[in-house]
Design a protein around this ligand. Structure first.
Ligand code: GDP
Length: 193
């Protein structure tokens, strides 16, 4: 997809701030520092629309990016950052619950994992959480450029196995550095918008 128009519409902290135009939404979730902003920026060909953050776990808002006036990417705050206080974690939980439980224009969630490593316990919890709410998931195994070519298939297989990816979902190997997997990511997203 060629993105001609991408703008942040709102950084929301609660439901009443969500956009009201009823466009389809694709949520983006992932561990802090996993490469979520880099994924968005690579897909929409912007250097810095989604800030690549040096302080993981800091942004506690849902960021709604309107793409081509057609749908939203909804960047949800990263998880699994050890230094976050209990209070912050609770706030995160409430915000996620409020969004995933009730948002009927939510069509799918992109879940970003680090292809170099096995999915973490937090990744598994997040996947299960999304499945509990019956949200279709597109898993993006990013930082592919960091694994030797002959090891990539094995890492992707591991991701399928550890997350116990359901048959309607998919794992897409990806690199924000080289753009590999970008067309596959767009094809997967297109099915839902
Ligand atoms: P976020 O906190 O999940 O939004 O993560 P960022 O997008 O800020 O990325 C965290 C770090 O990983 C940054 O230093 C990025 O440059 C780096 N990074 C992200 N994606 C890739 C990738 O595909 N390949 C490589 N080599 N580095 C990446």
């Amino acid at each position: 997809m060629k993105v001609t128009d991408a703008e942040i519409v709102i950084s929301a902290v609660s439901q009443k701030q969500y956009p009201g135009d009823r466009l389809p939404e694709i949520a983006l979730a992932g561990r802090s520092n996993v490469g979520k902003s880099s994924f968005i920026n690579q897909l929409i060909q912007r250097k810095n629309l989604a800030r690549t953050s040096s302080k993981p776990g800091k942004t506690q808002t849902l960021n709604f990016y309107k793409i081509n006036g057609m749908f939203y990417f909804v960047d949800v705050p990263g998880y699994g950052y050890a230094k976050v206080s209990k209070k912050e974690r609770e706030k995160w939980g409430v915000m996620m619950e409020e969004y995933f439980e009730t948002r009927d224009v939510l069509k799918a969630c992109v879940l970003i994992t680090d292809s170099r490593h096995e999915p973490t316990e937090d990744d598994v919890l997040m996947y299960d959480y999304l499945k509990y709410y019956e949200v279709p998931v597109i898993v993006i195994a990013t930082k592919l450029d960091k694994i030797p070519k002959d090891k990539r298939a094995k890492h992707v297989k591991q991701t399928y196995q550890i997350l116990e990816v359901e048959s309607e979902d998919i794992v897409i190997p990806f690199s924000a550095e080289t753009g590999e997997g970008k067309d596959d990511a767009w094809s997967a997203i297109r099915q839902y918008i």
